[in-house]
Design a protein around this ligand. Structure first.
Ligand code: GLA
Ligand code: ZN
Length: 682
């Protein structure tokens, strides 16, 4: 059994080794002022902890740990392995990664190591073990944090060798591999495992083939390399975890993820984690629905359990082209948005603003001014005080949803490596578009993996499920047979898990389920548009909607036509279809349409299966709910800059931030938050 985290975490990344010791007491005093109860350290301190191969220097960290313990501040202890010391890169240069252009990197960045390097694994395992041994008995050590934001791919000879071994395990024989990779094409037959070459810019990847996206001469190879790299990050992380567990088997372990981060299959990586955590850095123009989607994705990675918000900035960032300030109230609003979707922490990067290097103008809890008498300081104080009063019952409370949106990394890779139909294919964009249709109605959504159990959901949406295994297709069909509603789109069900086309007419995997045959697929250039026009004799869609990017030319084979295309040679042919299948229904949307179509279609589907909003509220107001034993916590987040009013449902509710009864009509200021608690049965 892992030790539970028993309080709501508030604090952030703490880098005391960037400061003289006499600042540390002041750090603690300011932490107390803000009600900070948790810090994450020492994320990038490997150089200071191991200044030479046979020399360790834990003295300073001992002092910091003692100071934090004496002041009852929790520690999320990070292994410092995201940046190896200079001596290590110098002495073991093969530890440095080789990039897609075939260049061996030099020392100087972070996450600048070959993920499969035996030397890196030996040293990272060693420092993890030393730290676990040394700090195992500190009662304020609540969580391990492995490395930091994994993500750098490597194409060195050692990785090539590891890739060959990985392929041997997956495919067994070179014949199977030749078949799975369709190597008869362009005479790419492999005679021996040695013939396998990692797909890079000097072999089979095509740099920026589609705008800023790489293409591939063989997508099957490219997708497998991404799978292999994901597994490499997993085993690299597990190498450190094994060392830590020798000393602290009961302390949970996490690593900080980044939401829709393309290089790593986070569903795969998360399998090994005790806690899933992530770093939330939206830009000022990101819609609230996109942030919500990433929180729900993170909760999906945690298999529905609460997760941690490991990092966000209290104010501006430094690495965006324009580092806008968080407007008053936005930091608090976005903090509660994380909690509303299942986070049990509000943690920041970073505690004290650095004086030098690239993050010196990134906001921190303590700014360069050195005190908290600032706009952000006051907002942080207010938030810290509020969080300290939150009911700990919330820690176990989980979100519940009857709608699942499928998100799959290998499918993302394959769809976007694809040479055709369009460079404007964008997986995250289309998944978010469907998510937003539910979000706007405040209908809760779970984001689930391709391996997830679909039983128990009323609606499963799989936007652009281009690549699907026979197993997934069978589970989706079973789900619909049993009464479920399934929604999918253009460029779905086309290829198997190796990116080989499923024969017999598109969308091969779902043709009978959807009751359609897609004969042709038209890719429109940006200035070409078409329209989706609601068909007569149906009551799902009512109008005409702008559409573009992709238009499928469809023949129905049993499906009912809900809408047709308005223009071009396929005018009048189906654009949106509905098919009865078993006890359920399957919908197909053959194009990329404006928001209104998805709002209406998802709205009708929700009515069909009696999915109701959590609460009726005006536009721009987000509502979610977390359920604990005997209580429900409802979060109302006003994303509008102006005030909003709505009515609470009948019954007794408590304002969870003010510990006072609350009822009737509520007025919420711009960017304000209400959390109310309601007693429930069961
Ligand atoms: C990431 C890192 C942090 C810091 C922040 C800055 O999330 O994990 O170390 O660099 O970005 O936004
Ligand atoms: Zn390598």
């Amino acid at each position: 059994m892992k030790k539970e985290i028993t309080e709501f975490l508030y604090g952030g990344d703490y880098n005391p080794d960037q400061w003289p010791e006499d600042v540390w007491e002041n750090d603690i005093a300011l932490m107390k002022e803000l009600n900070v109860n948790t810090v994450t350290l020492p994320v990038f301190s490997w150089a200071n902890l191991q200044p030479a191969e046979d020399q360790f220097n834990f003295g300073w960290l001992d002092k910091v740990m003692d100071l934090l313990l004496a002041n009852q501040i929790n520690v999320i202890m990070a292994t410092p392995t995201a940046a190896q010391p200079a001596w290590m890169s110098r002495k073991y240069p093969e530890m440095l990664p080789v990039d897609a252009q075939g260049r061996r990197h030099k020392h100087g960045a972070r996450t600048n190591f070959c993920v499969n390097s035996p030397d890196y694994r030996r040293f990272s395992g060693q420092i993890a073990a030393k730290m676990a041994e040394r700090y195992q008995s500190y009662p304020n050590l609540i969580l391990w944090h492995i490395s930091n934001e994994y993500g750098t791919y490597c194409y060195c000879d050692h990785c090539a060798q590891k890739f060959r071994e990985w392929l041997q395990k997956r495919y067994g024989s070179i014949e199977n591999l030749n078949h799975a990779w369709y190597t008869n094409f362009w005479g790419h037959t492999l005679y021996d495992w040695e013939d396998v070459v990692p797909p890079s810019h000097i072999s089979s990847l095509i740099p920026n083939a589609f705008g800023n996206r790489d293409g591939a001469t063989n997508q099957s190879v490219a997708v497998d390399y991404n799978r292999f790299m994901s597994d490499s990050f997993l085993s690299c992380m597990e190498n450190e975890m094994a060392q830590i567990r020798k000393f602290t088997p009961d302390i949970p372990i996490t690593t900080n993820l980044m939401g829709t981060f393309k290089p790593i299959d986070y569903f795969r990586l998360s399998e090994a984690l005790d806690y899933v955590s992530w770093d939330n850095y939206p830009s000022i123009h990101d819609p609230a629905s996109l942030i919500a989607f990433k929180h729900d994705l993170t909760r999906g990675l945690a298999k529905g359990k609460p997760f941690l918000l490991m990092e966000q900035t209290p104010n501006q960032q430094n690495w965006q082209p324009y580092n806008t300030l968080k407007r008053p109230g936005v930091m608090r609003l976005w903090s509660y948005q994380a909690v509303a979707h299942g986070a049990n922490s509000v943690l920041f990067f970073q505690w004290r603003q650095s004086l030098g290097a690239c993050e010196k103008y990134h906001a921190a809890m303590v700014p360069h001014a050195g005190h908290l008498n600032t706009r952000i300081g006051r907002e942080l104080k207010e938030l810290g005080d509020e969080l300290a009063t939150l009911d700990n019952g919330l820690l176990q409370a989980t979100n519940r949803a009857k709608v699942a949106i499928l998100f799959d990394w290998p499918n993302w890779w394959a769809a976007e490596y694809s040479s055709g139909p369009s460079k404007d294919i964008n997986y995250v964009r289309i998944v978010h578009n469907y998510y937003r249709a539910f979000y706007k109605q405040n209908i809760p959504v779970d984001v689930v993996s391709a391996q997830a159990d679909l039983v128990g959901y009323d609606i499963v949406v799989a936007p652009m499920l281009y690549m699907t295994s026979a197993d997934l297709a069978a589970r989706i069909k079973q789900f619909v047979t049993d009464g479920g509603v399934f929604v999918t789109t253009y460029f779905s069900g086309i290829a198997n898990e190796n990116d080989l086309v499923i024969t017999g007419g598109y969308p091969g995997a779902f043709r009978d389920l959807l009751g359609i045959w897609v004969e042709e697929t038209d890719a429109l250039s940006p200035e070409m548009r078409n329209a989706v026009v609601a068909a007569d004799g149906q009551n799902v869609l009512s109008g005409s909607y702008d559409c573009g990017i992709i238009c499928d030319v469809i023949h129905t084979e049993g499906a009912k036509v809900l809408a047709t295309f308005g223009q071009d040679f396929y005018a009048g042919q189906p654009a949106v279809t509905e098919n009865q299948y078993g006890q359920g229904r399957a919908y197909y949307v053959a194009t990329d349409s404006e928001e209104a179509l998805l709002d209406e279609l998802m709205g009708s589907i929700c009515k069909l299966v009696q999915q109701e909003p959590v609460l009726a509220v005006p536009e721009g107001v987000e509502v979610t709910r977390r359920y604990a034993d005997g209580a429900a916590f409802t979060f109302v987040l006003n994303h509008n800059a102006t005030e909003t009013t709505f009515s609470l449902p009948d019954g007794e509710h408590t304002d969870a931030l003010r510990q006072a009864p609350i009822s009737g009509d509520i007025t919420l200021k711009g960017r304000d938050v209400l959390i109310f608690c309601t007693q429930i049965k069961g």
